[in-house]
Every structure is written in C-alpha cells, then in structure tokens.
Design a protein around this ligand. Structure first.
Ligand SMILES: Cc1cc2nc3c(=O)[nH]c(=O)nc-3n(C[C@H](O)[C@H](O)[C@H](O)COP(=O)(O)O)c2cc1C
Length: 359
C-alpha cells in the first residue's frame, strides 16, 4: 500500500484487482450516475472559512453518536457483499472498524453472518460498537427474526434503509449480466431460520408499500435505537422526529437509488434545521477527504459514514487496507480541524462553511 496517500488513491488498484463486473457493482450507481458524481462535486463547491489564533492545540477526535463512543466522527456505512472484494470479507472489515474504535454499520446483505461479524470485532476490541442495517422485509415475521439475531449478536442500533421501496436500477449491472452472487457466496443474514429448511437463503424482499407504519411496527418490536437512513427532505426529517425515531442518516444511498437526487451534503442543512436538535443527524455520500468530514460537521451532522472507500481499502489490503483508509480520514480530519481553529468536532460551527462555485 506504499504510495497510497489519499482515500481516492485506493480506487485504481482496487479496480485493477477486482473482476470488472464486481468493480462496476461497487463503483456504479443508478441510471446516469449523476447523483454519484454530485455527491463528491458538491463538497468541492463548499468553501471553508477558518478561524485563527484560537490556541486549541492538537485536536481530539473522539466523540459520541447516539450516546455511543466513537474514536472519530467517521463511521463505516453499510455496504453489501464484501466477499466479492476480499476472501475475508466482512470479517476483515469488522476487525478494522473495531481496531479503529469506530462504528461499523453491518449490512443486512453481508456475506458473513451478523453473529460472526460481532465475534470477529470482539477479537480485537473489548466492547466494539456495531450497528445493523435493515431492509424492512414484506414478511414482518422474518424481519423480526433478523432483528432478534442482531440483538442477540450485541448490535447497539438498527439503521433502517428508508430510500428503498424498490432497488435502484444499475445499468452497469444489466450490461454485465450481474444479478446474483457467484456460487458459494450468500447473504448469511437471509438464511431461513426454519428448522426444516436450514440451507435456504431468501432473496431480499423489499416492501413496495414501505411507510411510517412499518417504522412504528419495528419500534414496537425492539428497544434498540432506530436510525432512518436515506432521508433527504426536511419534512421527512420532521416526521421522523415526531415518530420517535432516534437518528437520521442523510443519504442518497451513494447515488444508487434515485438518480438526479440532490447530493447528500446539499440536503443536510435543511434536514438539520428541520429537526432542530431533537435527534442526531448523520450523513453519508461522497466523503473522500477530511475537509469533507468537517464540512458535514459544520452543517450540523454529528458524524459521517463512508461506503466505497472502505470497499476499496478492503479489496487492496483486507483488514490493513480498511485500517489505512480509516487512518487517512482520521489524520486529514484532525489536520482540517486544526487549520480551522477547532479543538474537537463539537467546536465546528456553520459559520465555517460557505457554499459557492467550484474551487
Ligand atoms: C457497493 C455498495 C453496496 C451498498 N449496499 C448497501 C446496503 O446493502 N444497504 C444500504 O442501506 N446501503 C448500501 N449502500 C449505500 C451505503 O450505505 C452509503 O449510503 C453510500 O455508499 C455512501 O456513499 P459513498 O460510497 O460515496 O461513501 C451501498 C453502497 C455501495 C457502494
């Protein structure tokens, strides 16, 4: 990994190492991929307006998210199918996140079972913080069974993906004929629990009628904190706060659902204003630099999450690759805070950012 200095540096060697069909699955997005590109270009249009002479010393990045500890305000977003990227799959990702002391949001569509992801994280950290991303299934009984598995594994929050009444349309996958995992790989959390069908693995079965009623039913099922992922409209954020949701992830699914949806950082300020401090707001989509992290904090996010950079790190170097990507983001975030005159993430305020034409 010598010579890989930035998060972006990891993409080319990952593309080289991956089957091109799988690279397209990871890199691609919905339709014309306009939102994929918008997520990163929107960050470039935001300028930082630093403070000086505040004597803050070396920044301390440790923070809490939903009252849970994180060594930095950078989490690992849920991304599916890590075994396509590396044979150690989510096991390697889990160890890297736990070693880094930050939150891994394990994907429901992982190729390692949530119980094994949790066990792996515990090998390297006494009390790793693990959250679980959930696609609410049409069959609420099956959804409940998956939630019980996550609870038993020690998961500390559920992240419900709200932007997916249907899967996004990825034309790269259509052109490549990529619709199924290769033989020998499967979504271990979709394993049927019925004793008469031990080997059966379900397809993810999204609810086209996904509504607030589903969220209320989930709320009644579990005491775990519930975050809603995929909120872009301030009105939905306000409803989420009224419905007793515990947190919001402003996200357009990395541009993989509705193409031409606005960039997540463009959506962030209105969502933060709509919830007015009633619940924490996180952001994912397009975070590639420490400056991006600080810009999201300035608009009021309490933390951000990264998707593709983790996959590229995993592909290139397994656990060490993910560790390196997280270290780069940690160092860049600390450096940015220092140059902005901030000693902690909490000191970042909205007056540090100005939106404008590209730099
Ligand atoms: C390959 C890939 C798979 C993903 N799988 C899921 C998933 O199963 N569930 C989900 O809620 N989000 C999924 N996402 C979206 C991420 O959680 C996140 O919103 C997005 O990757 C953030 O954008 P970034 O890749 O620019 O960091 C996936 C993203 C990628 C790139």
């Amino acid at each position: 990994m010598d010579g890989l200095l930035t998060v972006a540096d990891f993409e080319a060697p990952a593309a080289e190492a991956l089957d091109p069909v799988h690279y397209d699955y990871f890199a691609g997005g919905a339709r014309d991929e306009i939102t994929v590109r918008a997520n990163t270009s929107a960050f470039a249009r935001i300028r930082l307006r630093p403070r000086v002479l505040r004597g803050r010393g070396t920044p301390r990045l440790a923070t809490t998210v939903l009252g849970q500890p994180a060594s930095m305000p950078v989490l690992l977003a849920p991304t599916a199918f890590h075994r396509l990227a590396h044979p150690e799959a989510e096991r390697a990702t889990a160890r890297a996140a736990a070693r880094a002391g930050t939150v891994l949001v394990a994907a429901m569509l992982s190729t390692v079972a949530i119980e094994d992801i949790a066990a792996e994280a515990r090998k390297v950290a006494a009390d790793p913080v693990l959250w679980f991303q959930l696609y609410l299934q049409r069959d609420m009984g099956f959804t409940e069974a998956v939630v019980r598995r996550a609870e038993a594994a020690g998961v500390r929050a559920l992240v419900v993906t709200a932007d997916s009444p249907a899967l996004g349309h990825h034309e790269r996958n259509d052109r490549n004929g990529f619709h199924d995992l290769p033989p020998g790989m499967r979504c271990e959390n979709l394993r049927e629990l019925r004793a008469d069908e031990p080997g059966h693995v379900r397809q993810v079965d999204l609810s086209p009628d996904l509504s607030w009623a589903h969220v209320a039913r989930l709320r009644a099922l579990t005491d775990l904190p519930i975050l809603l992922k995929g909120v872009l409209h301030p009105e939905d954020a306000r409803i989420a706060a009224d419905e007793g949701v515990d947190g919001i992830v402003v996200s357009n699914h990395g541009g993989r659902q509705l193409d031409t949806a606005l960039a997540s950082v463009e959506a962030l300020p209105a969502v933060v204003d709509a919830v007015a401090g009633r619940l924490p707001v996180l952001l994912d989509g397009g975070i590639r630099r420490g400056t991006d992290v600080v810009k999201a904090l300035a608009y009021g996010a309490c933390a951000v999450a990264v998707g593709r950079p983790v996959v590229w790190g995993l592909t290139v170097g397994g656990e060490d690759g993910v560790t390196r990507v997280l270290d780069i983001l940690r160092d860049e975030t600390a450096h940015t805070l220092m140059l902005c005159g901030c000693g902690t993430p909490a000191e970042v305020s909205r007056d540090l950012v100005l939106a404008g034409p590209p730099c």
